[in-house]
Write a protein of this length. Structure first.
Length: 404
């Protein structure tokens, strides 16, 4: 089955928006060497952290993790995405500055100093240059959230942080879309490193999943298992997949800032550790347990998710019936040919630097619990995956072909 880079990168773009490297020794170096240049936290304890963005998907999880550890947060954004997210007396300790990183950074130009910066909204290199140039004299470390979509090749299992990056035909392009997303992210990394050499940290997540994700690219599967019945499963049970729980990513970002670790890290599941079979079976088990528990407290008929079956349909059949990897079958790409490296991106360097993982069951359970809390009209229109009628149509065609 063939799949264009556009479809894959659009997937990275959705997660990021609603996704000359230092040597290995330099990557593992902490910020101790930068101690003289870095502003230090005061006697009150905790880091002073400036977050560029902070109210989307990843940002709130990071903010909560940092607050829990006693750090002091300043958020800089336009005040348009989830403007009420950190409102009220509970968040009086979170300073909020409004502006536009493309045209108005005046709120950051008042002489304030921060220990570190987390940039969750780096999409265009000129924006990164503008912010790092302004802030460099007043901060010690700049962490850019990038993406594994920066790599030029997807056919190499075990791709690590030293892999070649995408080179855009026109590096001056500013439109962020499926064709430019990965290349622009690579340029954002270089822009930060150019302004803050040896004080920049680059983190390249894979598919970010968990409660609060607005793209539904992972949520589709727990929600689908919760509906019960016959589930269209793509490819083979041993087909690889790879993703990172947003809370594990947030904890890793905070750890890198607390340790003043600079360098470049792929933040993803361990290479080759996750399969579509394990993912879908876990979704079935979790949905079944949650529905049974609900019926213990509130008498109910046979819960919908208590009974489901997986029907594995080969990739070539799905291609013939125009079922698209990643878009129609989230978190899945046939790992062959151009995408032979899918599911096998190395995160060994990140693990050595402190990246940890919660159990898959926890990610599925918490995602499904969050999904159930969404308004009915939201749940009625998932933003990824096949709708029920289309799924049924493909399953009927598959059974008919096998019989006939």
């Amino acid at each position: 089955m063939s799949i264009g880079r556009r479809e894959v990168l659009l997937g990275g773009l959705g997660a990021a928006i609603a996704m000359a490297l230092p040597g290995c020794g330099a990557m593992m170096r902490g910020a101790a060497a930068e101690a003289e240049a870095a502003p230090r936290e005061d006697a009150g304890g905790g880091l002073r952290i400036l977050v560029m963005g902070g109210t989307g998907f990843l940002g709130p999880h990071f903010v909560e993790a940092a607050r829990a550890r006693g750090h002091r947060l300043t958020l800089f954004n336009r005040g348009k995405t989830n403007p009420e997210r950190f409102s009220g007396a509970e968040y009086a300790d979170v300073e909020q500055l409004h502006g536009d990183r493309k045209s108005d950074l005046s709120a950051l130009d008042a002489g304030q100093r921060w220990d570190v910066v987390l940039d969750t909204s780096a999409y265009v290199p000129a924006d990164v240059t503008r912010s790092t140039r302004l802030l460099a004299p007043r901060i010690g470390q700049y962490l850019v959230v990038s993406t594994v979509s920066v790599y030029a090749r997807n056919d190499l299992p075990g791709m690590d942080e030293d892999g070649a990056l995408i080179e855009l035909p026109d590096p001056t392009v500013t439109e962020v879309n499926g064709e430019t997303y990965g290349g622009l992210k690579a340029l954002c990394e270089r822009a930060a490193e150019a302004e803050m050499p040896e004080r920049t940290t680059i983190v390249r997540p894979g598919l970010i999943v968990g409660p609060g994700d607005t793209t539904d690219r992972f949520t589709y599967w727990p929600a689908r298992a919760d509906r019960g019945g016959e589930i269209l499963a793509p490819g083979r049970p041993d087909g690889p997949t790879q993703f990172i729980d947003v809370r594990d990513l947030a904890a890793f970002l905070l750890h890198l800032l607390e340790q003043r670790t600079v360098g470049t890290f792929n933040a993803d599941a361990p290479a080759g550790a996750l399969t579509m079979g394990r993912l879908l079976e876990t979704c079935q088990q979790v949905a079944r347990r949650m529905n049974v528990m609900n019926c213990i407290t509130t008498p109910c008929p046979q819960p919908p998710g208590a009974s489901s079956t997986l029907t594995w349909v080969p990739a070539d059949f799905l291609e013939r019936h125009e079922v698209q990897p990643w878009r129609d079958m989230p978190a899945w790409i046939p790992a062959e040919g151009e995408y032979a490296g899918f599911g096998h991106t190395s995160s060994a360097r990140a693990q050595a630097a402190g990246l940890g993982y919660r159990p898959l069951e926890d990610t599925v359970r918490d995602t499904l619990a969050w999904w159930r809390e969404q308004p009915a009209e939201r749940r009625a229109k998932p933003r990824a995956g096949l709708d029920a009628a289309r799924e049924r149509e493909v399953l009927v065609a598959w059974h008919r072909e096998r019989i006939g």
